[in-house]
Design a protein around this ligand. Sequence first.
Ligand code: ADP
Ligand code: TRP
Length: 320
Amino acid sequence: MRILSGIQPSGIPHIGNYFGMMKTAVELQDKGEAFLFIADYHSLTTGPEPQKLRDQVFGLALDFLACGIKPERTVFFRQSDVPQVTELMWILNNITTVGFLERAHSYKDKIAKGFVPNNGLFSYPVLMAADILLYQSELVPVGKDQKQHLEITRDLAIRFNNLYGEVFTIPEEIIPEAVAVVPGLDGQKMSKSYNNTIPIFGNPKSIRKTVMSIVSDSTPMEDPKDPTKCNIFALYKLFATPEEIAQMEANYRGGNYGYGHAKQALFEKMQEHFAPMQARRDELAKNPDYVWDILRDGAKRASAEAEKTMEKVRVAVGLR
Ligand code: ADP
Ligand code: TRP
């Protein structure tokens, strides 16, 4: 089974990225033939500063390798190292109506926030469809916010196959239900665009400070508290064992347990979880050539697959 996912390089990943996508990508690499890429072409839609983009690509490669992506199991590469994806996007553009893209949530959200969209942002879902279809992907692990992009991808694949013959595999998304949406510091969806994230890597002091800034209500320390309404508890559940979760629940309901205690417990659990990965990341960072070699090797393996699909596509549409 071919499993593929991608993520944009846009700073240190946060807990939402980790549980929504990275952890699933790591687990799935033992379940099938995994492809994972750093979506640097997609990042251009927001016009990053060039050196920053290069640094973030490298940083994200470190993050994934530190989190447990094994290059011998996963074809791990940089999107722009396989430029056939833009060729496929161009071809898909011609079976995509403007009205269809105008209905995309992420595009509408950006416009509603006052963003002046460029054509890249508008076509974002077509490039994403090209990513998925180029490698004949069957399963795509992503967070819930990407569901519509997968629907658009399926729609384009079906439309193409109807017009030109069976070329593309129709993909399905996998959304880790238990963690469909990880809440941020303020209780909204955790997202870089809302400035409410807890990074998975970084200086423990500054991560602790961030954890301590999680918004809670003003129930006094002594009073019993409802864990189901608490953001700290929701985050703690992602890291703790069932026994630890039951214990914290009892602490909340029992009273004399403050939100500060819960935040400290969450911070400690996070450290326990990410500290070994942080150590691995620090080691890898000392050896950039090794990391770039992994991405180059991944690109070679991905290109071979991409070419197979593109030859079929070129013939199907009459370019050969
Ligand atoms: P951000 O919203 O911070 O910009 P991205 O849009 O780059 O994050 O998302 C990268 C991946 O992480 C996607 O697969 C997305 O679904 C997942 N993801 C992002 N935020 C969350 C969240 N709060 N909960 C679950 N998954 C998330
Ligand atoms: N749009 C995805 C995100 O913001 C990233 C992405 C680009 C992707 N191409 C993809 C995810 C293909 C899965 C498959 O997270």
